[in-house]
Write a protein that binds this ligand. Structure first.
Ligand SMILES: Cc1cc2nc3c(=O)[nH]c(=O)nc-3n(C[C@H](O)[C@H](O)[C@H](O)COP(=O)(O)O)c2cc1C
Length: 172
């Protein structure tokens, strides 16, 4: 299976989850990693203000945008109040997703994560991705290392859906 792990991380928590995901998937699959990088760095207050504007975007560095050659696309990002502008920008550019397997992981401080995750799942589905695997990792779990078991379950879900689709051509 050819997997793209694409993520944005500002303070390193989502990156830790992405690294673990890649570590667990790599022995069995061809995994490519792409980090979403804003063109301009901003401080906390600026990011916070932008995150209050739903679907706000910023300029980002070139990233893997045509995902037609992958079997699964795994997107990761932090939960930022209403939206995370670098992730919005990436999603708006994404192409070649129709009928592909999508998965999403979010790290968060401690509140509002379910609704936020659902919103992102809808955005991925609007691009044509079939999202069947999700992971929420609380910042404290990332720091303590507790998140690793969640990543293991998440990897299993990503693999199960993708292999079912490959074998049968459809997912029940
Ligand atoms: C601008 C901003 C807004 C945030 N808003 C929320 C929030 O609404 N809810 C929450 O649980 N955590 C919130 N957080 C905390 C982050 O989601 C959390 O620290 C996350 O793990 C950061 O991921 P990163 O280290 O990959 O950047 C916010 C952090 C920032 C910088």
């Amino acid at each position: 299976m050819r997997v793209l792990v694409v993520y944005f991380s500002w303070t390193g928590n989502t990156r830790a989850v992405a690294d673990e995901l890649v570590r667990q998937l790599s022995p069995h699959h061809k995994v490519e990693v792409c980090r979403i990088e804003p063109q301009k760095q901003r401080g906390y207050l600026r990011w916070l203000l932008l995150s209050f504007i739903p679907s706000s975007k910023v300029k980002i560095q070139p990233a893997v945008e045509d995902v037609s050659k992958y079997d699964a696309i795994v997107l990761g990002g932090p939960k930022w109040t209403f939206s995370c502008p670098p992730v919005n920008s990436y999603l708006s550019r994404l192409s070649g997703c129709e009928g592909k397997n999508g998965a999403i992981f979010i790290t968060y401080g401690g509140f509002g994560e379910d609704r936020y995750l659902n919103g992102l799942v809808k955005k991925m589905e609007a691009k044509g991705l079939d999202v069947r695997a999700t992971l929420l990792a609380r910042r404290s779990q990332v720091r303590s290392g507790e998140y690793r078991s969640g990543v293991k379950v998440f990897c299993g879900e990503v693999e199960a859906v993708a292999s079912m689709r490959k074998e049968t051509g459809v997912v029940q």
